[in-house]
Design a protein around this ligand. Structure first.
Ligand SMILES: Cc1cc2nc3c(=O)[nH]c(=O)nc-3n(C[C@H](O)[C@H](O)[C@H](O)COP(=O)(O)OP(=O)(O)OC[C@H]3O[C@@H](n4cnc5c(N)ncnc54)[C@H](O)[C@@H]3O)c2cc1C
Length: 280
């Protein structure tokens, strides 16, 4: 897809958020063009361009991917922004709650994504649904608190308390906005981490939209990213030793794997990788 068709388009996310591509510098050709500076004049056809991009991705020759830059306008809840801002290799300019009045916009989760605490991932939610009545109570309670805190915020403003102070008790579910500019190499790093099933659902929803924008604007690079990073599996040196044994007639039991020096958790993760391979 041509960038003109996608620039300015608003992709809705969560209940009140969005992702909008503001500007884009470069495309698949820019990656190839810059790589050719280091390899001299070389390939020219589309299939050769594709092979070169795939070679660069496979061999972690990352700098040609930095020649492509994306600038997004994003509206997102503050708790998502807190996770997002940890990606330091981007340029950010955020809405100022000191300068402007914060709009009455808060994130409310859908009942179907209100889940129980995961028992296997201490940071995440499980697939287990919470009782529907409790989920609805939770959402109504959040909504009531948001309304109460916003009413208080408005009262503080009416009494001429400085905006920078009046806002300090607004909740993490408050929506904020920013411009976010990042090159494609670092964007792939962001996507790898934030598309992962262990990333929080809410940031994953944004990552999915951004991934789709990249897929449409740099299709060759995105395909290479999917093949060599996103959907690839790494094995540690110890896991490879076990794998070698497993490929023999008698597979190893988890108890035998302990002898190779893997912890219980590593064994679980390794078995998950093997299941992933078996399910391909
Ligand atoms: C599922 C998940 C759970 C997480 N949980 C937590 C948590 O509980 N607590 C928490 O605090 N964070 C947490 N994080 C954030 C995480 O630790 C990283 O800060 C975040 O993912 C950004 O990664 P990054 O530093 O690699 O990315 P970027 O900041 O984009 O950096 C990219 C790469 O550039 C290099 N780099 C950038 N800046 C510097 C620098 N100043 N010095 C040296 N090298 C640099 C590093 O090699 C880095 O990998 C979590 C992230 C995920 C995905």
């Amino acid at each position: 897809m041509e960038k003109q068709e996608i620039i300015g388009k608003e992709f809705r996310c969560l209940d009140k958020g969005f992702v909008r591509l503001v500007d884009l510098m470069g495309n698949d050709s820019s990656i190839v063009q810059s790589a050719r500076v280091s390899y001299g004049k070389g390939t020219k056809t589309i299939s050769e361009d594709n092979s070169l991009i795939r070679y660069l991705m496979r061999h972690r020759h990352t700098s040609p991917f930095e020649m492509v830059e994306y600038k997004f306008h994003i509206r997102l809840p503050i708790f998502v922004a807190r996770q997002w801002i940890r990606h330091r290799t981007a340029n950010v300019n955020e809405y100022s709650g000191r300068y402007s009045i914060i709009p009455d916009e808060f994130y409310l989760p859908n009942p179907e994504i209100v889940r129980k605490q995961s028992k296997t991932n201490k940071q995440g939610r499980s697939d287990e649904l919470i009782d529907a009545t409790l989920a609805n109570e939770f959402i109504s309670d959040i909504k009531a608190t948001q309304e109460l805190l916003y009413e208080k915020y408005n009262n503080y403003l009416r009494q001429d308390i400085a905006r920078e102070l009046a806002r300090i008790n607004l909740p993490l579910s408050t929506y904020t906005e920013w411009y976010w500019k990042i090159d494609l190499h670092n964007l792939f790093h962001f996507l790898e981490l934030r598309l992962h099933p262990t990333a929080q659902y809410e940031i994953r929803e944004y990552a999915k939209i951004i991934a789709n924008i990249v897929k449409q604007t740099c299709p060759m690079a995105y395909q290479a990213f999917e093949d060599y990073r996103l959907n690839a599996i790494n094995f540690s040196a110890i896991e490879l030793k076990i794998l070698k044994e497993m490929l023999k007639a008698d597979p190893l039991s988890p108890e035998q794997m302990v002898n190779f020096g893997l912890s219980k958790r590593e064994i679980e993760e390794f078995i998950t990788k093997i299941h992933k391979i078996n399910n391909l």
